[in-house]
Structure formats: C-alpha cells, structure tokens
Design a binder for this molecule. Structure first.
Ligand code: FE2
Length: 206
C-alpha cells in the first residue's frame, strides 16, 4: 500500500451517561421498592405502579434523577429546556431471565437505576447499533471491530448508579445467570418548556 498516513475522526457519537446517586437512596427505600406489588411482564416482573417516582417515599431518589437529567440536558444535549421523568417502574429478573431487545417510545432520554445490590455475575445491558432491519449487512471481522463498525456495545451495571441514554437506542438485558434476583428501576423522560420557533411556525409549548 502506498498510503502511509491517514486520519479517521468520528463525526457523531451516541452518548450514555452514568452517575452514582447512592447518597439519595436509603435502606428503607430499597426495601420499599422491593416490596412494591409486581406483575408478570415479558418474562420478568414489573411493578403494578408505573409512576413510582411520584411516590412520596421515593422523593429523594426522584430529586437525584432530576439532577442527573438536568446534567444530561445541559452537558450532553446542550439544550435550555428541562427533561422531566414521565413513567417510572421497577423490574425484577429472576434466574435465567433477561429482557429482549427494545427501545422506548414517546420518550427522549431513558434511564436505568440499579437501586440495590446486583447479583454476581451481573447481567449486562447490550446496546445495539442497528434498530432492527439491516438494509445491507456488512459484518466487521471480530479483530477489526472499532467504534465505527461495532454492532453492539455492552455496559456492566453498578449498584447505586443511574444510566441515561437516548430512548431510540435499541438495547437488551442479558439473562440473569445468578441465583439471586436482578433488581432495577427504569424510566422515561420528555422535554418540558418551549421548543421550535414562532416565526418558523413550529413553536410548541410542552
Ligand atoms: Fe429498556
């Protein structure tokens, strides 16, 4: 090959933010969330209440989540509007159970909160580059995978951490290989405030 020097730079990137909010979660709250009535979901279990961050018992947690969303909207999105939590629910994956690939509709930024201890080994979150259908399937060789071509990236959850990511990002949860249940909270958010422009006739107050 004649080319000796070349340079490749990323044009865009997909963010995911992590923040420790252990200071906002008490042992009583952990027990309170575990005791919430649950119903069968896909294969796992989901709280009956799908607005758990509105519960007064979880006030300190919802305040910390709002703080994390404020950081995301300012530092990642760079917007002046606020992101506010819409629905929020708790999840429990027993042994052998994960969560198939999905994305979160009617939401801008979604999140997971690992409010209690996690089993060992912990089932990871797998973020997929492709939404579903691949028009052209060009699979990179394993040894040549990089940021530009990797089909998936994994995230290892940590106890007391909140994770924020774009709601349209496809993701799945690996099966829980441990005998212990895997607990988490998930939530969606939407923008609040004015978006668009009056003169462009695309103004919208939310
Ligand atoms: Fe999800």
């Amino acid at each position: 090959m004649a080319i000796e020097n070349f340079d490749v730079q990323p044009l865009f990137a997909t963010p995911h933010m992590r923040a420790d909010i252990g200071h906002a979660i008490s042992d009583e709250q952990v027990q309170f969330i575990k005791d919430l009535p649950m119903v069968k979901n896909v294969d796992n279990y989901i709280s009956e209440d799908l607005y758990i961050f509105k519960l007064p018992e979880l006030k300190s947690i919802s305040v910390a989540i709002q703080e994390a969303l404020d950081i995301y909207s300012q530092a990642v999105l760079g917007i002046e509007q606020r992101l506010v939590v819409t629905q929020s629910w708790s999840l429990m994956n027993p042994k052998g159970i994960g969560m198939p690939a999905h994305a979160h509709s009617n939401s801008i930024v979604s999140g997971s909160l690992y409010y209690t201890d996690l089993p060992d080994p912990v089932a990871r979150v797998v973020f997929n580059r492709n939404i579903m259908y691949q028009r052209i399937q060009l699979n990179p060789l394993k040894e040549r995978q990089n940021l530009y071509n990797t089909p998936a990236n994994v995230m290892v959850p940590k106890s007391k951490e909140v994770i924020l990511f774009p709601s349209d990002l496809n993701h799945l949860i690996e099966a829980n290989e441990s005998d212990e249940p895997r607990y988490a909270i998930a939530f969606n958010s939407f923008v609040k405030g004015k978006i668009g422009d009056y003169r462009d006739a695309c103004e919208l107050y939310l």
